[in-house]
Design a protein around this ligand. Sequence first.
Ligand code: PRX
Length: 648
Amino acid sequence: MQTTYPVPARVSEGSRNIANNMAAYREVYSLAQSDPDRFWLAQTRERIAWRTKPTVGLEGGYATVAEQPFRWFSDGVLNVTESCLDRHLESHPDKTAILWEGDEPGDTRTLSYHELHEQVCRAANALRALGAQKGDRIIIYMGMVPEAAVAMLACARIGAIHSVVFGGFSADSLRDRINDCQSKIIITQDEGMRGGKTIALKSVTDDALEGTRSIEKVLVYRRTGCDLAWDESRDVWWHDAVDSADPAHEAEPMAAEDPLFILYTSGSTGTPKGVVHTCGGYITYTAFTHATVFDLRPDDVYACVADVGWITGHSYIVYGPLANGATSLMFESVPTYPDAGRYWDMIERHQVTIFYTAPTAIRALAARGDDFVSRYDRSSLRVLGTVGEPINPDAWRWYYDVVGEGRCTIVDTWWQTETGGICITPIAPTTETKPGSATLPLPGIVPIIVNEEGQPLFGPAQGRLCLAHPWPGQARTVWGDHPRYVSTYFETYKPFYFTGDGCRRDRDGYYWITGRVDDVLNVAGHRMGTAEFEAALVSIDAVAEAGVVGFPHAIKGQGVYAYVVMQAGHEPSEAMEQQLQDAVRKAIGAHAKIDRVQVVPGLPKTRSGKVMRRILRKVAEGQPEALGDISTLADPSVVEAIIAGAKT
Ligand code: PRX
């Protein structure tokens, strides 16, 4: 059996990548490691349109992060939209910047760089007219329409800090985010469209606004034209405010370390955190990684089918591709609408050269058979990316053999909301790949595997993944709570950044991410906290206690397993199970579902009252024989009942 996949000959010709052979990669990697300031200053000066070019690289670091965030390029001045838009007007104003594929196949729109620039300027002027100022927070709660990207860039243009909330989140989740960042304006649309169904974005927004005080204006883009409740004093149509606005706008000069956006993400405990990314470092890192990893070429048609509500959409639909002057496809629908051939149909029609999706989608489509793929011409494809979860070797091989016809490079890209961009990945077409491995770190990224006690392990090893040195795209803080940022990422394995992931390094130095080792779930590439599920479940009167863990799921990667302790006098029933589903849907959103519910007499607790989650995990994973030491349990009989009633 072949264990490494060689570099395809055809695609290695003509590559202008910084690392177009492994010797070049190793040289660039060691340069970046020995002199990171020099490396990153050279990258940013070459790739980014600064008003005032920076002369300073990194200031501060992990050792001093508790006192203040580390900084990159702090004497530089820029507006990221000038890198994404204005500078392309000279060289390629008519090149397609955004190629939009709507929910119905063939329902397409294109926006050239010239048109996108004009739209962003109009929207920037409209936001200013609505009272938005530099530093204000603006929530974007939209579906996958080009106007979502326009809204993000318009915020960046005026120096407002956007916070995109994925359109699947519930009113409760949206309200929490509005309140946490004290957003002044929210940009939404009447309805979203996905897989032939509508999503009531404006009416969820209306619900969310009950119980918030900061929002002054709601800017509404009309997508479907449905009837809406309307508050004349607060609601404004996008078409009225934006279409008539001036198409010229002088971008706000920003310091490199001014915040660009906040993106909320789930952690082990508590409510989601507002991860903050800053202007200069983030745009440098997304531009660098997008060009490098995918071996971007001028006439590429690049398609990342993520949603702008997640970090992948921010970095690799909007900021990275536009900074690189690429044609970036935005996809409104789902991979199975109207059938499982949708991606490949789209690839044929738009002659897509680089395609980037999640392992969940690959597994779901592979399960539908090869015919849906082979009926479309995929000869335009050159690079195939995956992101969001570990990819199992079978799914990897199907992607490589069936979708890519053995011709394309697979880039399994490991990164996180907090890392801003890709960190461990093959570089197309240079790096030899192994199915299931994210392979090697990018220049500037220094992975360290530690054991549970935090001791670094060398050579082939298995443990927890940390990163040892800051890079420009790394998140700087948690909005309004820097101590939480420090305690979440920098206190577990000092002096490193702890990713929360388990990882193995093999004899060739290749990294294999094994999944989260904390209480974060990754269900179909969606990151959710077990604590958020548990809080939703115990909000129901009939539920006394709840423990939620993940278990391996063939398509979704992980499924959600809920152990529920009922209040005395309440019996399990189908209606009660529905109540549980409704509660998590209300608290989190439509993408949060429980796959298995087990009613238990109690949760396994130590004598000091701490839930032994390891036991819950092992039983959910179908490994009750591997519980380990349970001698510290207050009541061992609970474990017997849990094992006896386990759902498989
Ligand atoms: O567990 C890792 C997994 O996704 C987590 C980050 O989730 P999020 O912040 O939502 O960002 C997802 C998109 C970048 C990581 O801690 N993950 C991401 N990419 C991979 C992965 N696990 C294995 N292999 C990957 N390529």
